[in-house]
Design a protein. Structure first.
Length: 144
């Protein structure tokens, strides 16, 4: 396991500088790329990279898939946003992690990296990435 689950330092800086936009209307486009077990990405990863990305298969292609954002919201003192689940069909994939990155920015800055806990596979089938519940405790992006 080399991918770690982290909110990237680059994204934290982008939020403070106002260069990241999670608004649904007019917001940036975020993508999710899948990686094999040799990938080494985490909080210090600054930009999307194709190194150790899984190969194109079925509906999965280089760079991953475009995510659909869920409206940013708040609960108590926590702000959060999330994404709708994403599926890659008729795909043969073996992945242990993923990276969410901002595809609107030409440098493709990293937003978050995620370790799946093990290698997840699909063989000529559907590879599903299921995001947690969009709330202050579970959403994939939370600022407390």
């Amino acid at each position: 396991m080399a991918v770690t689950t982290a909110f990237s330092t680059r994204m934290k800086q982008g939020l403070l500088q106002g260069t990241e936009n999670f608004l649904l209307s007019g917001g940036d486009t975020y993508k999710l790329a899948l990686y094999n077990d040799s990938a080494t990405y985490g909080a210090a990863t600054t930009n999307y990279s194709a190194t150790n990305e899984v190969g194109a298969s079925g509906s999965y292609s280089a760079g991953g898939g475009t995510l659909t954002r869920i409206d940013p919201a708040t609960s108590g003192t926590t702000a959060y946003t999330d994404f709708a689940d994403i599926s890659f069909t008729t795909a043969t994939i073996a992945s242990s992690g993923a990276m969410i990155y901002n595809d609107t920015d030409a440098s493709d800055p990293t937003c978050t990296t995620h370790y799946f806990g093990s290698i997840i596979t699909s063989t000529a089938g559907t590879f599903n990435v299921v995001f947690p519940t969009a709330d202050a405790t579970n959403a994939v992006i939370r600022i407390a």
